[in-house]
Write a protein that binds this ligand. Structure first.
Ligand SMILES: Nc1ncnc2c1ncn2[C@@H]1O[C@H](COP(=O)(O)OP(=O)(O)OP(=O)(O)O)[C@@H](O)[C@H]1O
Length: 344
């Protein structure tokens, strides 16, 4: 058996709204690309033009003959065909040199995914060439990836802020005691920046520009000096239609992001209220672990600490955390068998 294990092509996939990561057993994360597919459309027929990084560059910049699609929305498949195309492409890319055996795949799914949404993910992965597909709940994967002691009889809280959703979960003895998935994440933050500039400056910007603002000067708290760092943002003037530039301060971005940040903090407060008292006491002792790309927003940990009064730490590699946890479920299959569902 060990002999075959050496040639094992088993993989873990973090099929995210914003990014897809592939973890190969015994190798770690070997692929991390945006979840985007671009098609060339001619006479009603679609042909894949680019997937991942190259396709993301086309988002919002396509002529009529090209369509760039994000197959995942809010953590689940929104466009079945392009999701399958994307998974197939990434799996092929990950196995450039060793495509002999069909891989066994473990994929993470949001805790709130419905049975229909789970089935869609499983079917896409199987159609893309997997021999077997197991599902793991995203909060469990995030907690394992962040190195939390999830199998111990003690309460751990993980908050995973992704592109489409934020998953808040309390775990103990290897399972979820309480979980809540809110459809607020990095995408909502981008929308909030777009809406702010439209309302306050009559400036229309695209999603890529909004994401750039968020990752460059984005912050979850008002800067101490009431202004903070600045950034020039270009877009189209809604009044006269010509290109225009506006200077954005961190204070403006904090104001724009106030609502999604508040919704994330509220989800954590609700989870704390619903947590059994002994586990709540453990969380007071150990604090809350933040993971996911959205957790990298400036001062997100501090904002959550101020709201909850709890210690908040940021996982080592927030964006890789879920993929690493899913991968660990693959590596330690025997010990972590109960967290992966190969059946439903
Ligand atoms: N430095 C940063 N500051 C704020 N947000 C960031 C930063 N870096 C990345 N992000 C955001 O993180 C999000 C992607 O995170 P992640 O890859 O964890 O999500 P995902 O797994 O694709 O989404 P989901 O879990 O909802 O399916 C994007 O919205 C991206 O803009």
């Amino acid at each position: 058996m060990a002999f075959f294990g050496l040639f094992s092509t088993d993989i873990a996939i973090d099929l995210g709204t914003a990014n897809t990561l592939i973890y190969v057993k015994n190798k770690g994360v070997i692929l991390n690309e945006p979840s985007v597919v671009a098609y060339h459309v001619k006479d009603g027929k679609k042909q894949v033009l680019a997937v991942g990084e190259d396709a993301k560059l086309m988002l919002g910049r396509t002529p009529g003959s090209i369509e760039a699609i994000r197959p995942m929305r809010e953590g689940v498949i929104a466009d079945f065909d392009s999701a399958e195309e994307m998974i197939k492409h990434f799996m092929k890319k990950a196995f450039r040199r060793s495509s002999i055996t069909k891989p066994k795949v473990i994929v993470c799914v949001p805790h709130g995914a419905t049975p229909v949404e789970k089935r869609a993910i499983r079917q896409s992965v199987l159609s893309a060439g997997a021999r077997k597909c197991g599902l793991i709940a995203e909060p469990i994967a995030a907690a394992i990836g962040a190195g939390m002691p999830i199998t111990e009889p003690t309460g751990s809280m993980v908050v995973d802020i992704g592109g489409g959703t934020t998953e808040v979960a309390v775990l103990s003895l290897g399972d979820i005691v309480y979980a809540r998935s809110v459809r607020v994440g990095g995408d909502r933050m981008d929308d909030a920046i777009i809406n702010y500039l439209r309302r306050h400056h009559n400036l229309l910007i695209g999603e890529s520009t909004a994401e750039k603002v968020k990752t460059t000067i984005g912050t979850a708290r008002m800067p101490d000096d009431g202004r903070g760092a600045t950034m020039m943002v270009r877009g189209r003037d809604l009044l006269n239609g010509v290109p225009k530039e506006v200077e954005l301060t961190q204070a403006m971005v904090a104001e724009a992001l106030a609502e999604p940040i508040q919704q994330i903090c509220e989800a954590v407060m609700i989870a704390l209220e619903a947590t059994p008292p002994d586990l709540a006491a453990d969380i007071v002792d150990r604090g809350v672990m933040l993971s996911g790309g959205g957790a990298m927003l400036g001062e997100m940990d501090l904002a959550l600490r101020e709201q909850t009064g709890l210690m908040v730490s940021l996982a080592d590699q927030p964006m890789n955390c879920v993929a690493m946890g899913t991968g660990r479920a693959l590596e330690y299959e025997k010990q972590l068998r109960h967290v992966v569902d190969f059946e439903s």
